[in-house]
Design a protein around this ligand. Structure first.
Ligand code: NAD
Ligand code: MG
Length: 386
């Protein structure tokens, strides 16, 4: 039986790489659903190639274009964010790959879990915003969430066969991003073009900026807490600029397991889609001789405040991480539109955390309200700045 996949965000970096994996393994995968935010041209091209049952274009003014381009094909076309929550529930779907960016991934993921679909989770923001709710739902509906994020996929692979062995701690590796080793004086004037140049990975704009500010690693610390049921004190971050060791687990006997290889997101994507089996691939292989030194250093939490903020909200719990996520999304977008500087991103987050009401045991509605209130506050704060 082929695994039938729905890809939320098929036109993005993860989405397109997932389609490469699927195209390379047509005997085991088929595509049921493709969705995109705005990129109608690419969505049409993908739909013609993979012939999914359903596609969704979220941007309503692109609907007519997609609808007429696919008129001769056996593909149903829907529009708007509302359609995302119904397509994931289709009987034709086994696995939902959440590859859209940001808070918008939360609601479709909730619907997919409630419909009993296996989740291949790239959209880390879902677990950052509402990790407690999502993990509880996954338990209630007996749904597995397999990580696509490379660090978490590494840990997941290290945990195979270790079901009865408690984790002492995990170590998430971080490349350090394009500004590793730089000080605040340098960061004050960096441009978005500089921030968008990631040394090891080619990714969407938002996560690339998050990597430059170390917010990405902060979000991953929170993501790891929920995926692997850990305390903040059990999650360590180490900067490893070569991105060869993708992360490590340390067990109670002191033994450490690492997963390593050349950086290529297609590997964690196909591991999540085909778990527990590994698929043959022709991805370039790692060779020790090409990397005579793998190096490690402590992250600089004073310069890159976002990582420290993530640890802080992890301890705080409640809706604190939801506030940080929303403020960060607004601030990164403003930075990408040249409205604020690089260091302002952390300021927007810190001020939002101080301003938005803390809720200790948030419901789904509380998350929605927190997200909206934070976005409003952060946007207003940025308006005043410019
Ligand atoms: P991207 O910007 O390249 O692609 C995002 C996709 O989501 C696009 O298809 C876009 O059309 C769609 N989209 C964006 N906003 C939307 C909205 N509001 N509603 C519906 N669809 C929307 O992003 P990416 O780099 O592929 O990242 C996707 C997710 O995967 C993010 O959560 C990111 O943190 C995570 N992730 C990415 C990588 C990577 O290598 N790119 C690695 C680990 C985790
Ligand atoms: Mg990652």
């Amino acid at each position: 039986m082929k695994k039938r996949i729905a890809i939320l965000g098929s036109t993005g970096s993860i989405g397109t790489q997932a389609l490469e994996v699927i195209a390379a393994n047509p005997e085991v995968f088929s595509v049921s659903v493709l969705t995109a935010g705005e990129n109608a041209d690419l969505l049409i091209e993908q739909a013609v190639k993979f012939l999914p049952d359903e596609v969704v274009i979220c941007s309503e003014n692109k609907f007519d274009q997609v609808k007429s381009a696919l008129a001769g094909f056996p593909v149903k076309v829907y529009k708007g964010a509302e359609a995302l929550v119904s397509v994931v529930e289709s009987d034709e779907v086994d696995i939902v790959l959440t590859a859209m960016v940001g808070y918008a991934g939360l609601l479709p993921t909730i619907h997919a879990i409630k419909a009993g679909k296996t989740i291949a989770l790239a959209n880390k923001e879902t677990l950052v915003v509402a990790g407690e709710l999502i993990t509880a739902l996954a338990k209630q509906y007996q749904v597995n969430i397999y990580p696509v994020d490379s660090e978490h996929a590494a840990i997941f692979q290290c945990l195979t066969g270790e079901e009865n062995n408690p984790i002492e701690k995990i170590i998430l590796t971080a490349s350090g991003g394009p500004f590793r080793g730089r000080d605040k004086a340098f960061l004050a004037s960096v441009t978005k073009a500089q921030a968008l140049k990631h040394p090891n990975w080619s990714m969407g704009a938002k996560i690339t900026i998050d990597s430059a500010t170390l917010m990405n690693k902060g979000l991953e610390v929170i993501e790891a807490k929920w995926l692997f049921d850990l305390k903040a004190s059990q999650i360590e971050v180490i900067v490893h600029p070569q991105s060869i060791i993708h992360s490590l687990v340390q067990f109670e006997d002191g033994s450490m397991k690492a997963q390593m290889g050349l950086p290529d997101m297609k590997l964690p994507i196909q591991y999540a889609l085909y778990y527990p089996l590994r698929l043959k691939s022709d991805f370039p292989r790692f060779n020790f001789v090409d990397y005579p030194s793998l190096t490690f250093e402590k992250p600089d939490l004073e310069t890159f405040r976002n990582l420290a903020i993530a640890y802080e909200v992890l301890e705080k719990g409640g809706n604190a991480a939801c506030i940080v996520n929303a403020a960060n999304e607004i601030a990164v977008d403003a930075f990408l539109h040249d409205k604020i500087g690089f260091l302002d991103i952390s300021d927007v987050i810190v001020e939002s955390l101080a301003k938005i009401a803390y809720v200790e045991n948030p419901s789904y509605t509380d998350y929605v309200q927190t997200n909206e209130a934070t976005r409003r506050f952060a946007s207003e704060m940025i308006q005043v700045k410019v």
